[in-house]
Design a protein around this ligand. Sequence first.
Ligand SMILES: NC(=O)c1ccc[n+]([C@@H]2O[C@H](COP(=O)([O-])OP(=O)(O)OC[C@H]3O[C@@H](n4cnc5c(N)ncnc54)[C@H](OP(=O)(O)O)[C@@H]3O)[C@@H](O)[C@H]2O)c1
Length: 330
Amino acid sequence: MKIRKIIYAKTFDGMPKESDFKIVEEDLGDQLNENEFFYKSLWVSCDPYLRAYAGSYTVGKTCIPGYQLSKVVKSRNAKYPVGSLLVMQSGWRNGGKSDGSDVWYVRNDIPGNVPLSAGFGIFGMTGLTAFYGVDSILKPKAGETIVVSAAAGGIGTVVGQIGKILGCRVIGSCGSEEKIKFVKSIGFDDAFNYKTESVDDALKRLAPNGVDCYFDNVGGDFTFGVLSHMNQRGRVAICGAISLYNAKESDKRVPQLHGLMISKSLLLQGFNTPSDVNPQADKIYATLRKWTEEGKLKQYEYVTQGFDNIPKTFIEMLQGKNIGKTTVKL
Ligand SMILES: NC(=O)c1ccc[n+]([C@@H]2O[C@H](COP(=O)([O-])OP(=O)(O)OC[C@H]3O[C@@H](n4cnc5c(N)ncnc54)[C@H](OP(=O)(O)O)[C@@H]3O)[C@@H](O)[C@H]2O)c1
């Protein structure tokens, strides 16, 4: 089996460029050992963590460690027979050989009313991360106010929908007027453009009674802006810090955190998918599926086509071109 994969070709300097990536071919042969299988990638995911973890990549060697929805095409592994649909983290590649150690979830039962890419969208890392952060950290009560940053993105759109299912007031921040319109159209109570209005002004206007829960996708100055609007005993789920991933100098404001956390008795908690989330993955998946079948939860995605377009699509996501989860159909 011959496959193509995308490797890290040049050290990122700020925002990645297409020339920082290179497509290479690999011949995996035709033989499978006991427990191995060949798979074909159907969809590949473009995620911010691929930029955040670049410090651990080796130039000329590392296959960009993205995940994909794959179909098993030949198998000597009883757990993953031919035809199985798998969410795997085996890198940006259009196929491969596996012993199952890079399989995250089996997704043979995606309901008919959502696209297959939901396997790694609402039913994969995106949905499970959003659900875990809300359910296990924010623990919102009906009527409370949730703020979510990067609201029009993959995780943001799911957090907003879950917040509404739970009866909360949901306020989103995003980077364009088009995105504000979009998040309101999917049920957010309000939204603001962080590029044209300060967090402080926006939250004075949209959350005059304060913020109970903050789902943080962006970190940096934005997060400090939200913290001073938190109510007593507010909860903050630290999910991501995309505002800093391409920054050339790190943020030095950490000491200010303590004053706000102490005076407001805040709970700030980070979490990680898969390590924190996977022990609850089956339970979370069952709830997300149920809500989807009931029409309460939808998958929103930004889709491009073709393996060669993966790096370009990844850069577009970092630049904010996407609405919903960023995916590439192979
Ligand atoms: N904890 C975990 O295990 C875990 C798992 C998955 C993802 N995450 C994190 O969750 C966050 C969202 O991930 P996602 O996959 O759903 O991506 P996404 O929100 O679909 O896409 C990224 C979005 O970030 C926004 N953005 C880019 N630069 C920004 C900046 N300087 N300031 C503010 N916003 C900026 C852009 O939207 P705008 O147009 O609105 O700027 C862009 O659309 C990321 O920080 C990611 O690292 C964490």
